[in-house]
Design a binder for this molecule. Structure first.
Ligand code: CAA
Ligand code: NAD
Length: 287
């Protein structure tokens, strides 16, 4: 398949990442279908995309007409069958291995053999996800960063069987989307989260041990290290459930106790304090 053969894209999972991914594809001219298991999540995703486009229009980086055209290219449905009409399927559902494996198995039987499969997983083995399909050569990790419309990076992760043709095609596509792809090998957490998550985890330990308040820890890292967001603000932004899932994958997959998730993080996830998306994490948020 060549770049010009990709016309329709299906994005599965319309949460924090899925809506941003759909937005970027639609802004680049692709027809995008967003799929989720819940209609209310799809409705929320369209609202988020509209607001994000509004911010871009406000700073004159996009016209009203282009915004309307891009929004018109996005469809939303709970029917997974639509995936068979697209040339590329990107999965951005919960960071849970059995759930992802089940979805990929289903998609493999649904989609034509030539459809390219990409997972936006933050940490799970691309090789193992690909092995749930009969097209491991056409399977790749396409790890966008949050917020997708703003962040330039895409980690491109090769599974053991990812072909050079698939890698080259998705690399070309990433550039077309205005992003900078970086090639990464398939190890738990890849590069981004291998380095980011221990810092976030340590910030949570520091808070749990009373080294500083939430605000103090964030202020130190913002003013002292020039980070755009403090680590606890960033954890809320990513989602505390996502942070915990990534740390678990690295802890188990790399077998090193340095990745042990902080008990306070676990407790907050158990309480349903997942960060921005539930209105409460280390901070509270109005929707
Ligand atoms: N859509 C459109 N525009 C957006 C936007 C969105 N979703 N979010 C921010 N913006 C724009 C704003 O409109 C604003 O534009 P102007 O400066 O032109 O006016 C600009 O971005 C800056 O926004 P703000 O002033 O509101 O806030 P900020 O200066 O703090 O920037 C940020 C926001 C770009 C998100 C910045 O805080 C940042 O870079 N934070 C760190 C993000 C990060 O580390 N992401 C990686 C997370 S880890 C990950 O993704 C991997 C994983 O697997 C977990
Ligand atoms: P989220 O919790 O915001 O959204 C997940 C969505 O997937 C929900 O809307 C849920 O209803 C939907 N979903 C769950 N099972 C489904 C299924 N079987 N079929 C269709 N939809 C299903 O999660 P998120 O933060 O967007 O993360 C999605 C993926 O992206 C994860 O693999 C995560 O690790 C990765 N990721 C997250 C971030 C981040 O900062 N949050 C950054 C990069 C990558």
């Amino acid at each position: 398949m060549n770049l010009q053969d990709i016309k329709k894209v299906t994005v599965i999972g319309s949460g924090t990442m899925g809506n941003g991914i759909a937005q970027v594809f639609a802004a680049t001219g692709y027809d995008v279908t967003l799929v989720d298991i819940r209609q209310d999540f799809l409705d929320r995703a369209i609202t988020t995309i509209t607001k994000s486009f509004d911010r871009i229009v406000k700073k004159a980086a996009m016209s009203e007409e282009d915004k309307s055209a891009a929004l018109g290219r996005i469809k939303a449905t709970t029917d997974l069958d639509v995936a068979k009409q697209s040339q590329l399927v990107i999965e951005a559902i919960v960071e849970d291995l059995p759930v992802k494996l089940e979805l990929w198995k289903k998609l493999d039987s649904l989609c034509p053999a030539e459809t390219i499969f990409a997972s936006n997983t933050s940490s799970l083995p691309i090789t193992q996800l690909a092995a749930a399909t009969r097209r491991a050569d056409k399977f790749i990790g396409m790890h966008f960063m949050n917020p997708v419309p703003m962040m330039k990076l895409i980690e491109l992760i090769r599974g053991i069987a990812t072909s050079d043709a698939t890698f080259g095609l998705i690399k070309e596509l990433s550039v077309k989307l205005g992003k900078t792809p970086v090639e990464v090998n398939d190890y738990p957490g890849f590069i981004a989260n291998r380095i980011l998550m221990p810092m976030i985890n340590e910030a949570i330990y520091a808070h749990m041990e009373g080294v500083g308040t939430v605000e103090a820890i964030d202020e130190v890292m913002k003013l002292g290290m020039g980070h755009p967001m403090g680590p606890l603000t960033l954890a809320d932004f990513i989602g505390l459930d996502v942070c915990l899932a990534i740390l678990e994958v690295m802890h188990e997959g790399l077998g090193d106790p340095k990745y042990r998730p902080c008990p306070l993080l676990r407790k907050m996830v158990q309480a349903g304090y997942l960060g921005r998306k539930t209105g409460r994490g280390f901070y509270t948020y109005q929707s």
